[in-house]
Design a protein around this ligand. Structure first.
Ligand code: ATP
Ligand code: MG
Length: 631
């Protein structure tokens, strides 16, 4: 048994033999001839000459050994339904969908846009696309027509798969009118629109274009659609980043590299075994949904749970009741969701038997220590922070399986994951920072490991210029996150490079200040932004959500809490980091994936136009901020 450090080292210094070994975790129709072709940096081509299929590895491959075991469990607390599909049943449904798409004219290399709520048919559609070599482009359900139109324009889909409606908090959200409007707005018109009718909302039907899934499924009940063997380097899908920092980028993923990367991550990061159950609470519209609701768990032969509903409905115990009922072994969520639960009665957590859980993985945003502590002591399982991006498709930093037990450090997503040659770089000089605890940009030396983005969809120049040319004097991938590494190799993400505040010459990560403020017992959540200041260059402003607003009835009580918050910062970080104002707010502006939209707060505070807000969850939230800052 080698140490994790040696394992990581080998993945970098003996890259090809390391990944050749991982490639054996999946089925190939033709074995790869070359493990990595990096002759044209920064474009990496993995497992060149190999042919395989993502759907084969996720579904067909398991038929021989576990056809009758659960593969997909779709639970909706919105419609009060639970549907479970074995691998054999999933195989049949995917072929029905694949045959239907083919009947609508979809061929290898075509794009299919999927605009769906969290229902089983969304999974069938994704798997059906990769089965026949069509590229899916999943757009988060409920995105408004403008966002949807720009993605239709970019992906140029031959067909769209959608549903009459989603549902959120018991309220029906019709999708069809948004889709029709988006297609009207877009200059590209899909040939066919395949609609799943859940009976939730009436639909206007466009004759000749719109097709009903139930009747097509009926026509293809016994369909047998073989997997299309694709070149490893053929694209499998495109997916847009969350749009936290600006216009979303269309990430293009390959086939073989992604399949190998996910199979390896299920083994080396999640320590997963076939027959276990994975529950990722994300949405198929995000990268976590692609990698760890659909493909990763299925590739590993696990059952995967798709959940449509809120974490608090019918009550805040719903997730844990699912864990108990389905004996969930691996759970994956986001800090933002845990913070929602933290505001609820903790008794809900004690109500259910969650002893089947091995660990809870959290990603998407910095995991502040108080939140980590709270969920860790409530659940009594390891809480594993992991840091990555839509671009990479799987974790860059975490505590992989095999890292010394008990080694979690709250506030840190841990160490560089095997395959990633992670560097900290001085933004100004481009030099690598090797002394512990120096602040720098988190960067990755090429080639990016298998599974990471191949390029920006239809825009190689944007891929090179955006990601690889931001650091002076060298070709290196920038994450645009800012961090430090301690003497033991643990990383701490301090914020996005855009969010670094420069107060009178001191560089401060917004994350550092937020973490500090969040330690105040009456603060549930906080966002810190830097705003232009004539005297100091920039000053920090804090927008904090009090945990118990009822105790803040009058101005004096609010003022007192604001002062206390400033004192916490003075005490822990020093007066230089003290926000010039602390605004107490009811809600913070977030993206639909639950990330803080600091750029919107910053723009409003600087009385600028907040820019593209199509990714924003609830635009009304900004009004309170405007009123407070007098914008
Ligand atoms: P866009 O790129 O469109 O602005 P985005 O960066 O939010 O949107 P994602 O790819 O969903 O899109 O998010 C990746 C980013 O989320 C990371 O670059 C980092 O800033 C943040 N992040 C993810 N996981 C963690 C984590 N565990 N700790 C700290 N930050 C994290
Ligand atoms: Mg990003």
């Amino acid at each position: 048994m080698t140490s994790y450090a040696e394992f990581h080292q080998r993945s970098i210094t003996e890259r090809d033999s390391f990944w050749a070994e991982q490639a054996r975790l999946i089925d190939w129709q033709t074995q790869p001839q070359q493990i990595c072709d990096y002759s044209n940096p920064p474009f990496a081509r993995w497992f060149v000459g190999g042919t395989t299929n993502l759907c084969h590895n996720a579904v067909d491959r398991h038929l021989a050994s576990r056809a009758d075991q659960a593969a997909l469990i779709a639970i909706s607390t919105e419609t009060n339904t639970e549907r479970s599909y074995s691998f054999a049943e999933l195989h049949a449904e995917v072929q029905r969908m694949a045959a239907s798409l083919q009947a609508l004219g979809v061929k290898k290399g075509d794009r299919v846009l999927i605009y769906m709520p969290m229902i089983a048919e969304a999974a069938f559609a994704m798997l059906a696309c990769v089965r026949i070599g069509a590229l899916h482009s999943v757009v988060f359900g409920g995105f408004a027509s403008g966002s949807l139109a720009s993605r239709i324009e970019d992906a140029q889909p031959v067909a769209v798969v959608s549903a009459d409606a989603g549902s959120r908090g018991g309220k029906v959200v019709p999708y069809k009118p948004l889709l029709d409007e988006a297609i009207a707005l877009s200059s590209h018109k899909p040939q066919a629109v395949l609609m799943v009718n859940r009976g939730l909302a009436p639909m206007d039907w466009v004759e000749g274009r719109d097709q009903d899934w139930a009747s097509l499924r009926e026509q293809h009940l016994n369909a047998q659609v073989p997997c299309e063997w694709l070149e490893s380097t053929d694209p499998s899908y495109t997916l847009y980043t969350s749009g936290t920092t600006g216009k979303p980028k269309g990430v293009q993923r390959d086939t073989g590299g992604y399949t190998v990367a996910l199979a390896a991550s299920m083994k080396h990061i999640f320590d997963a075994e076939a027959g276990q159950t994975f529950f990722a609470t994300s949405d198929i519209g995000w990268v976590v949904g692609h990698s760890y609701i659909i493909y990763g768990p299925l590739i590993a032969g696990m059952a995967t749970i798709m959940y449509e509903g809120l974490p608090t409905r019918p009550d805040a115990g719903i997730w844990w009741s699912i864990v108990e009922k389905y004996k969930v072994t691996h759970m994956f969520s986001a800090p933002t969701a845990v913070r929602v639960l933290k505001k609820q009665d903790p008794a809900y957590l004690a109500k259910y038997n969650v002893s089947s859980l091995k660990a809870l993985w959290l990603a998407g945003e910095p995991l502040d220590e108080p939140t980590a502590q709270w969920i860790s002591s409530s659940l009594n399982v390891p809480i594993i922070d992991n840091y990555w991006q839509t671009e990479t498709g799987w974790p860059i930093l975490t505590l992989a399986n095999g890292v010394e037990p008990q080694s979690t450090r709250f506030g840190s997503p841990g160490k560089a994951v095997y395959g990633y040659n992670v560097k900290l770089i001085d933004e100004a000089t481009g030099e690598e920072l090797t002394t512990p605890n120096q602040k720098g940009v988190v960067a990755i030396e090429g080639p990016l490991p298998p599974g990471c983005m191949q390029t920006v969809w239809r825009d190689d120049d944007r891929f090179v210029n955006t990601y690889w040319k931001s650091i002076p004097g060298r070709l290196i991938y920038s994450t645009f996150d800012w961090g430090i590494r301690d003497a033991d190799g643990y990383h701490f993400i301090l914020g996005r490079t855009d969010d670094v505040i420069n107060v009178a010459g001191h560089r401060l990560g917004t994350r550092e200040i937020e973490e500090c403020i969040a330690s105040h017992p009456n603060i549930a959540e906080v966002a810190v932004v830097g705003v232009a200041d004539n005297l100091k260059g920039q000053v920090a402003l804090a927008f904090a959500v009090p945990r118990d607003a009822s105790s803040l009835g009058d101005d004096a009580a609010r003022k007192a809490l604001e002062t206390e918050v400033m004192q916490v910062v003075d005490h822990k970080l020093g007066a230089v980091a003290r926000p010039s104002r602390v605004y107490l707010v009811g809600l913070l502006p977030k993206t639909r994936s639950g990330k803080l939209l600091r750029r919107a707060l910053q723009a409003v505070a600087e009385k600028r136009d907040p820019g593209d807000l199509t990714t924003m969850e609830d635009p009304a939230v900004l009004q309170q901020v405007r009123d407070l800052v007098g914008s």
